[in-house]
Write a protein that binds this ligand. Structure first.
Ligand SMILES: Cc1cc2nc3c(=O)[nH]c(=O)nc-3n(C[C@H](O)[C@H](O)[C@H](O)COP(=O)(O)OP(=O)(O)OC[C@H]3O[C@@H](n4cnc5c(N)ncnc54)[C@H](O)[C@@H]3O)c2cc1C
Length: 419
């Protein structure tokens, strides 16, 4: 007698934050859920987030939060509004994970541990009898008459009434990143917007940043300039590295730089080393010093705002001897100095690649996905959540909030119809 194969009402591909969230909410609605994860355990990338502390959202009001996704804001809005930062914090509190915001912006678990978040999600899945298939890579989706019918894993075929594809992005291959999820979406008929690394350190053509490796500037403004236009800008802290520059302000513009590098050999950026002082204020400051403390060296003037090593780099580029006094600074020299402080140019020739990128820019084309349900417009009962979609946010909990909220939204339609 032949046995009717099990048909799972819901199969989730990928046990990252987006997939785990979708599994929990589909199971809470009574659906039998299976999660296929290629790695031996869930949430491996989640464990690495926020340096192991997991900055899972922030304190911005929902509308401001959504606005930070720029051109993608309309697409992300329904998900973020369905599960905003406050609701996400409440969700974790119900799982026993209290959160706090020590700096008033970043939100982290009080435990300070990404592992506590991951374990709480895994525990919630277990309580809801979610069936995990670890070491189980999904290689294809079977689609019949425009509807998904089953998945093929490294262990065989599983019938599925609905599938949530939450296979993440291409970054950090060591933590499960790769192109297999995009391949599945492409085979299902979806367009993949070309992928590039985002939230990634940048490599400079100039070698002087490497001589300052390890030095942090707490507050600078960085802008990316293309054909005279500013295409991306951010303010925050910058870190010099052995290959160039990093730190939150650089990571925030890195997605635009990375996308531009797909079609050009280099990208120009400008660093404003003193964003709170205008060019006019600097002119007044130097004039005042010239009159009142003319004997002071230009180097000591600069070291009041910059680390000495960087001040020397700026002086060298302005052709001003480090020992020169402010009184002896010519008008042309002081103009050049001010321009360098406000617009220190750097040439970016590369990023540090997917190995060092926190997220992926590009992914499933959003025009082919319904933003209110996250269901495919091409394949019935196929849903998407998390980084596999062409959505990437800045630093500061935006990406995890998106992953959790989109997992929640993808399951909402599922649990309305699945149980
Ligand atoms: C070092 C680091 C630090 C970060 N810190 C933060 C932070 O503090 N705050 C923040 O908001 N964001 C942070 N991020 C970004 C955040 O981790 C991602 O945005 C988030 O994990 C995306 O969730 P996801 O569920 O879409 O994908 P993932 O977390 O990547 O999960 C996808 C899962 O799918 C599995 N998978 C892939 N393909 C298949 C397949 N074919 N079959 C079966 N399984 C498959 C993968 O193994 C993986 O486990 C950080 C990222 C990194 C790398």
């Amino acid at each position: 007698m032949s046995r009717k194969p099990d048909i799972f009402p819901v199969v989730v591909v990928g046990a990252g934050p987006a997939g785990l969230m979708a599994a929990i909410w589909a199971a809470r609605a009574g659906a039998r859920v299976m999660v296929c994860e290629q790695l031996p355990e869930p949430g491996v990338r989640l464990l690495a987030t926020g340096g192991g502390h997991c900055n899972f959202t922030n304190t911005l009001a929902t509308d401001d939060f959504v606005r930070r996704f720029g051109a993608k804001r309309r697409f992300v809005a329904p998900a973020i509004k369905a599960l905003d930062g406050n609701r996400l914090r409440l969700f974790f509190e119900e799982l026993g994970i209290a959160s706090h915001s020590p700096d008033g912006f970043h939100v982290l678990p009080v435990s300070d541990s990404a592992r506590s978040i991951r374990d709480a999600l895994r525990q919630a899945c277990r309580k809801l009898c979610v069936e995990f298939r670890f070491n189980s890579r999904v290689d294809s989706l079977q689609i019949s008459r425009g509807q998904v019918t089953s998945i093929r894993t490294s262990h065989g075929v599983e019938s599925a009434a609905r599938v949530v594809l939450a296979a993440g992005g291409a970054s950090y291959p060591s933590l499960g990143g790769g192109a297999s999820g995009f391949r599945l979406a492409r085979l299902a008929g979806h367009t993949i917007i070309p992928l590039c690394p985002a939230l990634v350190p940048l490599v400079t053509r100039e070698t002087w940043p490497a001589t300052l490796a390890g030095i942090t500037l707490p507050r600078v403004a960085v802008s990316m300039v293309c054909a005279g236009d500013v295409r991306a800008a951010a303010t925050g802290s910058l870190l010099f590295t052995h290959k160039g520059i990093s730190g939150p302000v650089v990571l925030d513009v890195s997605g635009c730089v990375s996308a531009a590098l797909m079609t050009r050999a280099s990208v120009d950026i400008m660093i404003d080393l003193a964003p709170d002082l205008t060019i006019e204020a600097w002119q007044g400051h130097i004039e005042k010093l010239r009159k009142e403390h003319g004997a002071k060296t230009v180097l000591s003037m600069l070291t009041s705002i910059l680390p000495a090593a960087l001040a020397k780099v700026v002086l060298e580029r302005a052709d001003v001897p480090a020992g020169a006094s402010v009184a002896r600074l010519s008008r042309a020299q002081s103009r050049k100095l001010i321009v360098l402080i406000k617009k220190l140019p750097l040439t970016i020739t590369a990023t540090e690649g997917f190995d060092k990128a926190m997220v992926t820019r590009g992914g499933i084309d959003l025009v082919e996905v319904c933003p209110k349900t996250l269901e495919s417009k091409r394949v019935h009962e196929l849903f998407f959540a998390g980084e596999i979609l062409d959505v990437d946010g800045p630093c500061g909990g935006f990406n995890l909030q998106w992953a959790f909220a989109s997992g929640f939204l993808a399951a909402r339609k599922l649990h309305q119809t699945a149980a």
